[in-house]
Design a protein around this ligand. Structure first.
Ligand SMILES: NC(=O)c1ccc[n+]([C@@H]2O[C@H](COP(=O)([O-])OP(=O)(O)OC[C@H]3O[C@@H](n4cnc5c(N)ncnc54)[C@H](OP(=O)(O)O)[C@@H]3O)[C@@H](O)[C@H]2O)c1
Length: 296
């Protein structure tokens, strides 16, 4: 089996490559700037915005892990077009998001889910909760390191933050094992944490105080606007935080343990592994606008 992993340099794609390689699967790792990889991983150039890159990336592939073109205005059409361009692909695993069916239309995941369901392929949809990796390898990292503060409109609602390595193991199982076709896997971490508690955990690991400041939705929208985000992105992010405040992200599932055989990784373990990331303190205070690019 050969699997094309889209977004192979990203927070889920990278560990999906690792998980597939560990199972002896031949992997093609897609990026707009492919780098040389290991013997079992073939780097390939793939750009959602350049259809000329698609055929070579898809050639000879029978499994596909999809991190969709979330930033594209024509995100829904692009996935339809890719699936139509890949008649030989039998199995597709789509990265969606927890609550995809409750988010505003600006968020393309619901349309993507409809596309894979209608594709005639053996599909599995992953709906993960917020990634733990946002704190250490994502949009929150610089804010925490330089400003020691996270400013979000999450109130004191709780979230089952999930480690993307667990998502990746579920994805690899769905790509290589039977029994996942037509399933929607809701993937969460092992515990419910407010953003204030999450900051306590990361701060304890890093040995410094990291604070969470609750914003109103309007304050948050203004910060995003001031940071240059477009209206669609702002609507999207407000929708995500409405879900959190409504309690939807407090959901915990046993998906990781059921499919991988081990418990879901905790935020505490993630924080211990990545503690140095939040340590280098610059000036303190003066945080960056909360979220420039995160689009869970
Ligand atoms: N972050 C969360 O908490 C969370 C939770 C649930 C669901 N999600 C979903 O996860 C997905 C990924 O989000 P993320 O923020 O974590 O990003 P990410 O996967 O860490 O990074 C984005 C990936 O997409 C690739 N990419 C970007 N533009 C591309 C293009 N034009 N053509 C081909 N590849 C492109 C990048 O590869 P190159 O730069 O190497 O080309 C990179 O590997 C989104 O759909 C998001 O909604 C996120």
């Amino acid at each position: 089996m050969t699997v094309l992993v889209l977004g192979a340099t990203g927070k889920t794609g990278k560990p999906v490559v690792d998980a597939l390689v560990a199972q002896g699967v031949k992997v093609r790792a897609a990026s707009r700037n492919p780098a040389a990889a290991s013997e079992s991983v073939e780097p390939v150039r793939f750009d959602w915005a350049d259809r000329g890159t698609w055929a070579a990336a898809l050639s000879g592939v029978d499994g596909l892990y999809v991190v969709g073109p979330y930033a594209a205005p024509d995100a829904a059409e692009l996935l339809d077009a890719l699936l139509a361009a890949a008649p030989q692909v039998e199995r597709v695993v789509l990265l969606s998001v927890l609550g995809a069916d409750m988010l505003p239309d600006a968020v393309p995941m619901q349309a993507w889910e409809a596309s894979v369901r209608a594709s005639g392929k053996q599909w599995t949809i992953l709906r993960p909760n917020w990634f733990q990796q946002n704190f250490g390898e994502g949009a929150f990292t610089a804010t925490l390191r330089d400003g020691a503060q996270l400013r979000l409109p999450a109130a004191d609602a709780t979230v089952g933050f999930v480690d993307t390595r667990d998502i990746a193991e579920v994805a690899a199982a769905a790509l290589t094992q039977d029994g996942h076709t037509g399933q929607i896997h809701i993937i969460t971490g092992p515990e419910r944490l407010s953003h204030a508690s999450a900051m306590g955990i990361l701060g304890h690991a890093a040995g410094r105080e990291l604070r969470y400041t609750a914003l109103t939705a309007d304050e948050f929208a203004q910060e995003l606007h001031d940071a240059g985000l477009d209206d669609r992105s702002i609507t999207w992010q407000l929708g995500l935080f409405t879900l959190i405040r409504d309690g939807a992200n407090a959901l915990l599932t046993d998906t990781v343990e059921r499919i991988t055989g081990h418990p879901a990784r905790s935020l505490e373990a993630y924080a211990r592994e990545h503690a140095t990331v939040w340590r280098s303190t610059a000036r303190g205070g003066n945080p960056e606008p909360a979220l420039r690019g995160v689009r869970p």
